[in-house]
Design a protein around this ligand. Structure first.
Ligand SMILES: [Zn+2]
Length: 354
């Protein structure tokens, strides 16, 4: 018996009934290009909702692999992904292809930093997004994204979540405040609570991500008119606070006022501690040293249990116990289960010579 293919009208009937969308809005969504930067708690909810809603194409950029500790809130992933240590962008794309095969999903396993963000976002190319959604889990990436967005007039939707609280803001460069108009500088390390220190409730992340998607759909369908919202919320107390910030642009803003692109102009830091658990990312010191994943795997075999895929080599070390490495084709190394960056660096130097 042949399979009955659902038509586009069937698939989207419940949302084209909405006066905010309708059949013409659905056709507009089908032309939209969206980028989600980071595919963790926020990014996985964002990606799923956008693909189900029928955007034309979705690029997912993420640097990390799936781990068991992600499964509590990162809705696109399952135990098989964690067991295999699949890169999040790849696991997300595989899952999303089963949800809506009519959407073009581009997974990018990449660490986004100041030297490559313009290339990843394809600011001058055919993949330039209509809107970017912030699924990152760190201030470093958000302030970098803000610089990029102001420089290239790209709208983006900021989202942040920790504990039971979250914040969402639409940023329309030229038509409202940028991130630095509202939050002039990133918090100092240790100044604010993070997922590492206080945890995060999955439902809080889902609410923040849902508000980000609604803001992005509104932007794609209605353009830049209307209010520009900043929402702060706590799902535990039920308190939501929303303010129209369209007039909150500051002429003296370091970024959109004085055009100081401090984060885009800075070099990429050599090491970064990732949010969520004791993982340190080491960026390659030099590119193109000819190390292939199979050579990396051979080097690591005496140090622990090695698993190789086309995307990553993973090694669970015999010693110290509980520590593992993930090495990517671009030369990046994630060291899991270490206390700090110096411990990660010395392990990597000892085992990989980098
Ligand atoms: Zn600004």
């Amino acid at each position: 018996m042949s399979q009955v293919q659902p038509t586009t009208a069937d698939r989207y009937q419940r949302q084209t009934l909405l006066p905010q969308i309708g059949p013409s809005g659905q056709r507009r969504l089908a032309q939209a290009k969206v980028l989600v930067l980071g595919c963790g708690a926020l990014g996985s909810v964002i990606a799923e909702q956008l693909v189900r809603a029928g955007v034309g194409s979705l690029t997912i950029a993420d640097r990390d692999i799936v781990e068991t500790s992600n499964l509590q809130r990162q809705v696109l992933f399952d135990e098989d992904d964690a067991q295999a240590g699949t890169p999040k962008a790849i696991a997300a794309a595989k899952r999303l292809a089963r949800v809506n095969s009519t959407v073009r999903v581009r997974p990018l396993v990449v660490d986004v930093h100041s030297r490559n963000i313009e290339r990843v976002v394809d600011v001058h190319g055919s993949e330039r997004p209509d809107v970017i959604l912030d699924g990152s889990d760190n201030a470093e990436t958000r302030y970098l994204l803000n610089d990029l967005a102001v420089k290239h007039a790209l709208p983006w939707v900021y989202g942040a979540c920790v504990g039971t609280e979250g914040r969402v803001m639409t940023i329309l460069p030229g038509d409202g405040p940028c991130l630095r108009c509202i939050f002039p500088s990133p918090p100092a390390p240790g100044e604010l609570p993070t997922c590492d220190t206080v945890g995060v409730l999955g439902s809080a992340a889902a609410v923040v991500a849902s508000l980000q998607v609604a803001a992005a759909l509104r932007l794609l369908l209605e353009g830049r008119s209307g209010d520009v919202r900043l929402t702060a919320l706590d799902v535990w107390t039920g308190r939501f606070y929303t303010v129209d910030v369209r007039e909150a642009r500051r002429p003296e803003c370091r970024c959109c006022g004085a055009h100081g692109l401090d984060f885009l102009d800075a070099p990429a830091p050599p090491a970064t501690t990732l949010c969520g658990r004791g993982t340190v990312q080491l960026r390659p010191v030099c590119q193109g040293d000819g190390l292939t994943l199979s050579v990396v795997a051979d080097r690591l075999r005496s140090a622990g249990a090695v698993a190789v895929s086309e995307y990553v080599v993973r090694c669970a070390l015999h010693s110290p116990a509980g520590v593992s490495l993930s090495v990517f084709p671009d030369g990046r190394v994630l060291v899991h289960g270490v206390a700090d960056e110096s411990a990660a660096r010395s392990l990597s130097a000892k085992l990989l010579g980098t």
